[in-house]
Design a protein around this ligand. Structure first.
Ligand code: ZN
Length: 198
């Protein structure tokens, strides 16, 4: 246990609540000196006092003993997770473009070969069908990225959400902007893809 850290934390919480060492001591029926000793890291609050102290400071016993607020730690973790999701979504959306372009180029190459190579009719058809395969295989994955990476924003109420796969599949679209119904306000609009929830 880090007494110095705990002491600094007690002092910080005490000041945040607007107490002096004296007024805190008075409420706990102890001496100023005891409070001063905790804050300087010389001693730990007595177990009998700890609960009352925590109540006055608006913290939990765990937070007191760890010398920091648990909530802030969780919020930081949450923020970090949001940042990581944004970065991952961005990479997914970039990968989607690259994969899409490669598939289309393969199809175009197949069409070019089928059109200009001196081959029997059946081979021309087979080559074009083969050229379509990468696109057909990739399409569900690309659509899934469109659905789950980032959010769509309603133009009316600015609500941001992740639509269902079916809504994404059925929607008219230009690039990444899709014409869909907002689950919040129920209006239809051209909804842009955005990376953040807020
Ligand atoms: Zn809306």
């Amino acid at each position: 246990m880090d007494l110095i850290k705990i002491g600094e934390f007690i002092a910080e919480c005490r000041k945040a609540k607007g107490y002096t060492q004296a007024s805190l001591a008075e409420q706990l029926h102890i001496t100023n000196r005891a409070v001063s000793k905790w804050e300087n890291g010389h001693s730990l609050p007595d177990a009998a006092i700890m609960l009352d102290l925590c109540k006055l400071l608006g913290i939990t016993v765990t937070e007191l003993l760890e010398g920091e607020k648990g909530m802030e730690k969780n919020e930081e973790l949450l923020l970090e997770m949001v940042r990581q999701k944004q970065a991952a979504d961005k990479r997914l959306l970039q990968m989607e473009i690259i994969t899409g372009v490669i598939c289309v180029l393969m199809l175009l190459a197949a069409v070019a070969v089928a059109s200009f190579a001196p081959l029997p009719e059946i081979w021309r058809v087979l080559i074009i069908v083969a050229g379509l395969i990468p696109l057909l295989v990739a399409m569900p994955f690309l659509l899934q990225i469109e659905q789950t990476a980032g959010y769509y924003e309603c133009q009316h109420c600015k609500h941001r959400y992740v639509p269902t796969f079916k809504a994404v599949l059925m929607a008219m679209h230009t690039g990444r902007t899709r014409y869909m119904k907002c689950p919040e306000c129920g209006k239809r609009s051209w909804q842009k893809k955005v990376l953040t929830k807020e």
